[in-house]
Design a protein around this ligand. Structure first.
Ligand SMILES: [Mg+2]
Length: 299
């Protein structure tokens, strides 16, 4: 591996990694108790479906366009409504279809905004495209969140996950320091301190979940995904670990997979898993599309 060099294999790894982590965790979603799963399910869920929508829209528009991205989510949802979407997105989609603006629909459904992990779970393509400019990355992560998640904790979770993917692309040695420096919100800073404190305690899953969470809130799942990556030393260990935390396992798996795939690259993702993954070639094509944009730089 080329340490520190950003490669196509890392781009592909982050998107395929999202889908593998999602498929792996999908069988565990909502289960209590800890169990290691090593089999990738035959289906990915809404996490990957929406990540695909983010990538499609970024490529088609050669950059971020909120209305286009929202409409892409809606089109993909209508084609495959059975992907396990939560209750929120379909309600947002129906308002947008009725003419409500893409950046106003979500907040009209949730007073104060949703702080779920739905914006973070789909963020990988934004991390890949905006890796060079931290503040631009933050801005686009926040804007893309607004389609469904307007609460600051939901948007910050998406920005933090995107930045973790950037640090993984670069194989940044001071990973946690950089993340702590990046986040503007105290609750996330505190969680990242817990991540550091618990790094050598990964076998005590009960404590990990008690401290970091494994729920559907961004604050209770993005740190767990970051932890799953940092506490393990290969792609497969990281995603198996993430899925084993239970709770919102598909999303924690997807987010850990996006980071781990960006660090180790697609070549380190077990072939047996890749073979089972639905739409693997299409997901790789999307990563290639983002890679080309990186070279052209018109976004
Ligand atoms: Mg899901």
């Amino acid at each position: 591996m080329n340490h520190g060099k950003i490669t196509l294999a890392k781009f592909v790894g982050s998107l395929i990694g999202t889908a593998i982590g999602d498929s792996l965790g999908a069988g565990r979603e909502g289960f209590s108790g800890f169990k290691k799963v090593r089999e990738v399910g035959t289906r990915y869920t809404d996490d990957t479906a929406m990540m695909i929508g983010v990538a499609e829209s970024l490529i088609q528009c050669q950059g971020f366009d909120g209305e286009h991205m929202a409409k892409t989510f809606i089109r993909n949802y209508e084609r495959e409504p059975w992907r396990g979407y939560g209750a929120g997105p379909p309600r947002v989609f129906s308002l947008i279809k009725q003419g409500v603006s893409w950046d106003k629909a979500a907040e009209s459904i949730y007073p104060g905004g949703s702080f779920g992990n739905g914006a973070a779970m789909r963020i990988a393509p934004i991390g890949l495209l905006y890796w060079e400019d931290r503040e631009k990355l933050r801005e686009i992560a926040y804007k893309s969140s607004r389609i469904t998640h307007t609460h600051s904790l939901g948007a910050e979770g998406a920005a933090l996950e995107a930045y973790a993917i950037v640090l993984a692309l670069k194989e940044e040695p001071k990973f946690l320091d950089k993340l702590r420096d990046f986040t503007k919100l105290e609750p996330y800073k505190r969680k990242l301190e817990s991540v550091e404190k618990l790094l050598d305690r990964k076998e005590d899953r009960k404590e990990i979940v008690a401290e970091l969470g494994n729920g559907i809130e961004a604050l209770n799942s993005v740190p767990a995904a970051i932890y799953s990556f940092l506490a393990n030393s290969s792609f497969s260990e990281a995603v198996v670990y993430a899925a084993s935390l239970g709770g919102d396992a598909d999303t924690i798996g997807a987010m850990a997979g996006a980071i781990a795939g960006a660090w180790w690259g697609v070549t380190e993702i077990p072939n047996a898993w890749q073979k089972k993954l639905e739409n693997r070639e299409y997901i790789e094509d999307l990563a290639r599309g983002l890679w080309k944009m990186k070279e052209i730089k018109t976004y």
